[in-house]
Design a protein around this ligand. Structure first.
Ligand SMILES: Nc1ncnc2c1ncn2[C@@H]1O[C@H](COP(=O)(O)OP(=O)(O)OP(=O)(O)O)[C@@H](O)[C@H]1O
Ligand SMILES: [Mg+2]
Length: 458
């Protein structure tokens, strides 16, 4: 069946142009204004929408946004005059597939872009079944995030997914890098091909090498039979190298060669094999800093950081905490077969006031534990934080809800730890001096400081 394309343009010549250009490859519907476009869009499931930016009584970008709100996977191409390119670029950042400037100069290039857009649509549709399976395993098929920071990141992910370039995902632990890597795969034209992942930090150098490159029979002790590596197994698909900063110098240079030549050889073999995988890398240590510190090859860095996406820490997107918590609550309630919830207003406030050093993973575990131990019904602060640990420090507890969520014991611990740390700083690390300044007997002080980890036994 031919793909269905909707062309929205008030210029009759443009409409005729597309009608002819796509006559053989698609089923084309034409609309001259927003009203007509809305009517057609409601009636048909289009594979692609080509949208003029300036319409008589509509803005094409807003109209595409409206369509995409109804069908988030809609692939759209914006047609724009030179004067409006800035807006078009912004729209692409928001997730519009591409923009083309009018008047069109190169019809072949235009056709190629349309072909790529249709390819992406096909992949979207094929992975729908696949996403359900992913969710069963990870607790989150879809990235939850409505904060401006996450919207931006989601837009970037959707956009880079369609490009066949290497992607570097950076961000603190637990911010969703692995989830993002799966999303890049699921939304890429390679979605129907394999997605293989390996944690570079978790394996010894020689193991990682043979896992990636594969080996011939007898290549090393224990190599009883030949084995294809991930470079081969990921053929046509995506290869995800997690914790890339942990890769040894030797493997860094081998990987660089593979990326340069698009070919590699198995260990113990001289036969060059073609490598057709797209590389996705992740790291929770900023990779450029690793380069500057001499721990990561600069040339490799530039190969893998063609496009980089940084997952923001949860504390910088407090707006996502409640949607995430609610999502995990539903997920674990269903998983454990319980009817838990809702989260009480005080519980929600307590969740929002946490610093979440462990980011989304920590929030997920917090909800999972609460649901696992809960018998049912509303979830309150005490269910979430049985040990009373909702805020990072007593100084952060500024609202009644936050204070209510913090036990006296915890507040005291926080205060003491902070006080003794400052005291020790003031005394330049000298305990006798700290004792003199504070009026606390030296031996007493020493015991307390040891408890807070401010001093340690040699
Ligand atoms: N935006 C999100 N929406 C839903 N779930 C999320 C989101 N971000 C992260 N998660 C969930 O939080 C957990 C941690 O995410 P993930 O493993 O992707 O983090 P990471 O950045 O790879 O962490 P690390 O650096 O420690 O490996 C996972 O269970 C993931 O499904
Ligand atoms: Mg990870």
């Amino acid at each position: 069946m031919l793909p269905k394309i909707l062309v929205v343009d008030d210029d009759r010549h443009t409409r005729i142009l597309f009608e002819h250009l796509l006559a053989k490859t698609a089923q084309v519907s034409l609309a001259a204004d927003g009203a007509e476009a809305r009517r057609l869009f409601a009636a048909e499931d289009f594979n692609l929408v080509l949208m003029d930016q300036r319409l008589p009584s509509d803005n094409g970008i807003d109209l595409l946004r409206e369509f995409r709100a109804r069908r988030p996977h809609l692939v759209g191409i914006l047609m724009t005059g030179f004067a409006d390119v800035r807006d078009a670029v912004a729209a692409v950042r928001e997730g519009v597939f591409d923009y083309q400037t009018k008047p069109f100069e190169d019809l072949e290039a235009l056709e190629a872009v349309i072909g790529k857009a249709l390819e992406l649509d096909r992949a979207y549709r094929e992975i729908h079944g696949l996403r359900a399976r992913l969710s069963g395993e990870s607790g989150a098929a879809d990235m939850i995030g409505q904060s401006p920071a996450m919207e931006r990141v989601l837009g970037q992910i959707r956009q880079v997914a369609g490009l066949d370039t290497t992607v570097l995902l950076e961000g603190e632990s637990g911010t969703g890098k692995e989830l993002a890597a799966r999303m890049v795969h699921a939304l890429s034209p390679r979605a129907t091909k394999p997605f293989l992942e390996v944690n570079c930090g978790g394996l010894a150098e020689s193991l990682l090498e043979s896992l990636l490159f594969g080996h011939e029979k007898g290549a090393f002790t224990g190599a009883g039979q030949a084995n294809a590596g991930y470079f081969e197994k990921a053929d046509g698909g995506n290869l995800f190298l997690d914790e890339i900063a942990d890769m040894s110098a030797k493997l860094q240079s081998s990987l660089l060669r593979v990326l340069q030549d698009h070919s590699f050889t198995r260990i113990g073999s001289t036969q060059a094999r073609r490598a057709d995988f797209r590389l996705i890398c992740a790291t929770n240590r900023p990779l450029l800093a690793e380069v500057k510190a001499g721990r990561f090859r600069e040339d490799l860095y530039y190969r893998i950081a063609v496009v980089s996406v940084t997952m923001p820490p949860l504390r910088e997107r407090a707006g996502d905490i409640v949607p995430l918590a609610t999502h995990f609550l539903d997920f674990y309630s269903a998983k454990f077969g319980k009817s838990c919830g809702p989260l009480t207003p005080v519980a929600l406030q307590a969740l929002e006031s946490c610093r979440w050093e462990g980011n989304v993973r920590q929030l997920q575990h917090c909800i999972e534990r609460a649901v696992a131990l809960h018998t049912g019904g509303p979830i309150d602060t005490l269910h979430l934080f049985p040990d009373g640990k909702p805020v990072a420090s007593a100084q952060d507890a500024t609202t009644p809800a936050m204070i209510a969520a913090l036990s006296y014991q915890d507040a005291r611990v926080d205060f003491e730890r902070d006080y003794f740390q400052r005291l020790l700083d003031a005394a330049a690390g000298n305990i006798s001096e700290a004792a003199r300044l504070s009026g606390i007997p030296r031996q007493n002080l020493y015991v307390r400081m040891k408890r807070w980890g401010a001093v340690t036994d040699k």
